[in-house]
Design a protein around this ligand. Structure first.
Ligand SMILES: NC(=O)c1ccc[n+]([C@@H]2O[C@H](COP(=O)([O-])OP(=O)(O)OC[C@H]3O[C@@H](n4cnc5c(N)ncnc54)[C@H](OP(=O)(O)O)[C@@H]3O)[C@@H](O)[C@H]2O)c1
Length: 364
């Protein structure tokens, strides 16, 4: 392999490290994952890049080396210890069991296995221990809406015991892949400079085709993320509820979510109302959050300091602020959390789970 920067990278010491396959290496989350693998402590031996037939033969940079992309097939998993899947759910549903049958531990970022009781749902800062018990050889990460808030919430839960959760999400369009980003950029161009947003339907007429969303995403918010589910909920809203219950180990948690798409390219936000078994205080919440790995507190609203997607995008931690005790309930906290949906919301969580599995091997 030819190093991209022209500097030879010695393979010495890598031979006894686990082999990693990145499946979906060319996608939005896969691209961020390759960047993270290049930045983080290098625990991997060979890194094999896999995507569809369409991308076979392309070269992508990882750890400063150009690596050729292989087409997905059974043989790409030969000798692979860990396979990170960043592909559509139907592709993961078909191929993750194939990789597991060939001896790889699969870390899946799709929704294919998140509700499977034989597949642990893991957020390393909250329930790393769960990754060890994987009857199907597959470990899943939650969706990006849950991942935006769960690290901060898990830290508060460890102190005060969560009893009830009500959240509203503000979700970025890159979660919808290239189509979402193209829709936002195209619609912003269509409305730029015009006096729109003053009459019913004027934005809708200006943007024309609304792309992957049922309403314009420029100059608007769309209170429907996911697909229709029972009783008026969306699949995304029910997923936030179920995933939070699973990761926190609270199967009976009362939890509701309203999931909203907003005109942000990347980085989700979540407004959280969390009720606990014990009384809470803002000072203690700040201390807990400041000490929680993967969380940064940004909370001086009078000075204009609070988390926003524009400031949090491209960073690894989740950003928590606007922490308040509910005026009518001494056991309830309100807070606002932002997290990059392609980093902690996807690729970073996968990289962390993969590193847990790699560390198990080092213990053997
Ligand atoms: N984007 C987010 O914010 C986010 C957050 C959390 C979880 N996720 C989940 O992560 C997964 C990937 O999302 P993404 O946004 O990165 O999608 P994406 O940009 O559309 O990328 C999809 C990737 O899957 C590959 N792929 C598609 N069909 C394939 C097939 N039949 N065989 C082999 N490879 C195939 C593509 O390869 P080609 O380039 O060759 O087509 C590409 O590498 C999805 O399950 C998504 O739900 C995404």
């Amino acid at each position: 392999m030819t190093p991209a920067g022209g500097f030879p990278r010695a393979p010495i010491g890598r031979a006894d490290r686990p082999t990693l396959a990145v499946v979906g290496a060319t996608g939005a989350a896969g691209t961020v994952l390759l960047g993270l693998l290049s930045e983080r402590a290098d625990v991997w031996g060979e890194i094999r890049l896999v995507a569809s037939e369409r991308s076979a033969g392309r070269k992508l940079a990882v750890r400063g080396e150009e690596v050729e992309v292989l087409a997905l097939g059974e043989e790409v998993f030969d000798g692979v210890d860990v396979a990170m899947f960043d592909v559509p759910a139907e592709v993961a549903a078909r191929w993750a069991p194939v990789a597991a049958a060939r001896g790889a531990v699969v870390v899946d970022n799709s929704g294919a296995f998140r509700t499977d009781p034989d597949v642990p749902l893991v957020v390393p800062e909250v329930n790393a221990h769960a990754a060890r018990n994987r009857p199907r050889g597959i470990v899943a990460g939650p969706g990006c809406a849950t991942l935006t808030m769960i690290v901060a919430l898990g830290a508060l839960h460890a102190e005060w015991a969560l009893e009830e959760l009500v959240v509203s999400t503000y979700q970025a369009v890159s979660e919808s892949g290239r189509r979402g980003v193209e829709a936002l950029r195209g619609q912003l161009a269509a409305v730029a400079g015009a006096e729109l947003g003053v009459h019913p339907g004027d934005v809708r007429r200006a943007v024309g085709d609304t792309g992957p969303y049922a309403a314009p995403i420029a100059l608007n918010v769309v209170p429907f993320s996911g697909t229709p589910a029972e009783d008026g909920w969306t699949t995304e809203e029910l997923a936030v509820r179920e995933e939070t219950r699973r990761v926190l180990g609270l199967p009976g948690l009362r939890a509701t979510a309203t999931c909203v798409r907003v005109p942000v390219v990347t980085t989700h936000s979540v407004s959280v109302h969390a009720r606990f078994e014990s009384e809470v205080s803002v000072g203690k919440a700040h201390e807990i959050l400041a000490n929680a790995p993967g969380v940064v507190v940004c909370d001086d609203p009078v000075a204009g300091e609070f988390p926003t997607p524009a400031d949090a995008v491209g960073t690894d931690p989740v950003w928590a602020g606007r922490v308040r005790r509910s005026p009518d309930d001494p056991r309830a906290l309100e807070l606002f959390v932002c997290g990059d949906n392609l980093r902690k919301g996807a690729a970073l969580n996968m990289a962390q789970i993969g590193e847990l599995v790699a560390a198990e091997r080092a213990e053997d």
